[in-house]
Design a protein. Structure first.
Length: 367
């Protein structure tokens, strides 16, 4: 390895190592709305920093140069489980006993480091493939948890701001992709193809840097979700999606009760409360949360999020035509209608009206 190549690999490695270490420490110590979850996110970043430190030692052959034998913890099998635990804690999902088994491959791997004779060329290939498949399975399972989480959001919150955890999907996907780069260069010898090797190394470092800053940007502002149980007497593993029963014709008594609910919401304009959720609305109406959710699902055939935001869209359409609000921006009028975020407003408006708010206002002026 020539001097220029050494510098090109040394500087980014040290820079990313220091950043992941410092940001990880920040997550462990900072006071936030998701302190317990941030501990796992900090450990995730610490795992990345140790992994980079290991790469640094291997790339520059420090063990040989220093003539010492270093036992280095291999953390890469702990990284995704830490991220998964962050997900569970953030959405207040119960951590099951079997979830701790996710750390077992990492423990076994680090124990096997003491027995180097176990690894041969053939066994390493098989071993790395099995490990990678386990990571893919965990990632798919995490995506399933996130999908169910989104369904729960739809039945509880009227606004999804800082609650969808979409950014976490990209972190899981990037982690698997980076491990793929790692094992592919390990299994396939590309040392004779210097351009390919340098390209993969550079891309890996860029992705690491992007992932670390993406975590910092999103994680530090991420609050805990479903801090209280969705329905009193149940846990957050309850399936809130519209059931098959709700797709059938509702009972006459349920229709009557639902119409009474709609009358109260419309007369008191309860939907203009930007912090409105299933619990606060149930308290206002003197109903149990589960009962209210069932009535909305069965009678309106929509979830809570759609039900409330449809009222807000109609309110926005009224306000935008009022001379009183001509000096307001579209977002300002949306706030008056009950929306608390631009993203939720625009997404809801496009869904219900099939056009953007600007297009709607333009169509009014033309008519």
């Amino acid at each position: 390895m020539c001097m220029i190549e050494e510098i090109l690999r040394f500087v980014p490695l040290i820079f990313i190592f220091c950043n992941s270490l410092l940001i990880g420490l920040l997550f462990l110590t900072i006071k936030s709305k998701n302190k317990k979850g941030n501990i796992y996110l900090g450990l995730f970043l610490f795992g990345i920093s140790i992994n980079l430190f290991n790469d640094f030692i291997v790339i520059f052959r420090l063990e040989d140069k220093l003539d010492i034998s270093l036992f280095i913890l291999e953390p890469f099998l702990f990284i995704l489980p830490f991220l998964f635990f962050y997900l569970l804690v953030t959405i207040n999902k119960k951590v099951r006993e079997w979830h701790y088994l996710l750390f077992l491959p990492g423990v076994i791997h680090n124990l096997l480091l003491h027995f180097p004779n176990v690894f041969t060329e053939n066994t390493i290939t098989i071993y790395e493939t099995i490990i990678y498949l386990l990571e893919i399975i965990l990632t798919v399972y995490a995506f399933k948890v996130l999908k169910n989480h989104h369904k729960s959001l739809s039945n509880y919150y009227s606004d999804f701001e800082n609650k969808t955890l979409t950014w976490l999907k990209s972190i899981f996907a990037l982690s698997v992709l980076l491990h793929f780069f790692n094992i592919s260069t390990f299994i396939i010898d590309i040392s004779s193809f210097r351009i390919i090797e340098l390209t993969i190394d550079t891309l890996t470092l860029v992705l690491f840097m992007f992932m670390i800053y993406w975590i910092a940007y999103n994680g530090l502002s991420q609050p805990e979700i479903f801090k209280k149980r969705l329905f009193l007497g149940t846990d957050n593993n309850t399936d809130l999606s519209i059931s098959k029963e709700s797709k059938e014709a509702p009972l006459e008594t349920d229709i009557q009760k639902f119409n009474e609910i709609k009358d109260k919401i419309e007369k008191r304009e309860l939907y203009i409360n930007p912090k409105l959720n299933l619990r606060t609305l149930a308290l206002e109406l003197g109903l149990k949360e589960k009962e209210l959710s069932r009535l909305i699902n069965e009678c309106a055939k929509v979830n809570f999020h759609q039900f409330i935001n449809e009222y807000r869209i109609e309110k926005f359409k009224q306000l935008v035509q009022s001379s009183k609000f001509h000096q307001f921006t579209l977002l300002g009028i949306a706030n008056e209608a009950g929306f608390s975020s631009k993203s939720t407003f625009y997404a809801a408006f496009n869904k219900f009206e099939g056009m953007s708010p600007k297009q709607y206002v333009a169509s009014i002026k033309e008519s």
